[in-house]
Design a protein around this ligand. Structure first.
Ligand code: CA
Length: 166
């Protein structure tokens, strides 16, 4: 009579083994993700990353003008899911330099000829998405010294180079 309780007692035991296998599965999934992270496998390997990075470029620290074609670009880019891995540059917006590893500074040569210069930058994430609309900044390339009038101190030494006006 008392043995009637035996099948009922087996019920919780069966449920217990089911939840145990779920625990094992869950532990396996956590283990795989941890393993991928430890091995440095990019996040793209298990998460679909379809958005390109966003970022900024600043020419010569934001100066309005320059008198040399050699410019220093300051770059900052972030990505929603994976890492920013590469970058490339252009003076035209259509023909880009070879992709190179992402860095926060870059020495770049502006196109020749005086005038307003635009530098176009694209960033790529670990999933291979290039920023579709190039990120830009502009600077005025002015290689002509200003005309010096007779105004001012006559004792000042003659200037040999012009300094860009901020
Ligand atoms: Ca992305």
């Amino acid at each position: 009579m008392g043995r009637h309780s035996y099948p009922a007692g087996a019920q919780p035991s069966r449920r217990g083994s089911m939840s145990h296998s779920w625990r094992v599965l869950r532990r396996c999934a956590v283990g795989v993700v941890l393993l991928l992270a430890i091995l440095g496998v990019p996040e793209m390997a298990w998460a679909a990353d379809t958005n390109p990075p966003s970022g900024t470029v600043v020419i010569n620290g934001g100066a309005a003008a320059t008198n040399t074609r050699t410019a220093t670009l300051t770059l900052a880019a972030t990505d929603d899911l994976s890492a920013v891995t590469q970058m490339r540059f252009s003076n035209t917006g259509s023909s880009f330099s070879a992709a190179e590893a992402y860095a926060t500074t870059k020495t770049w040569t502006l196109s020749s000829g005086a005038g307003t210069k635009t530098v176009y930058v694209q960033f790529k994430d670990a999933a291979g998405n290039w920023s579709s609309l190039p990120i830009t900044d502009t600077i005025v390339l002015d290689t002509t010294a200003p005309t010096i009038s007779s105004r001012g101190r006559t004792t000042a030494p003659p200037a040999t180079t012009s300094t860009p006006r901020g």
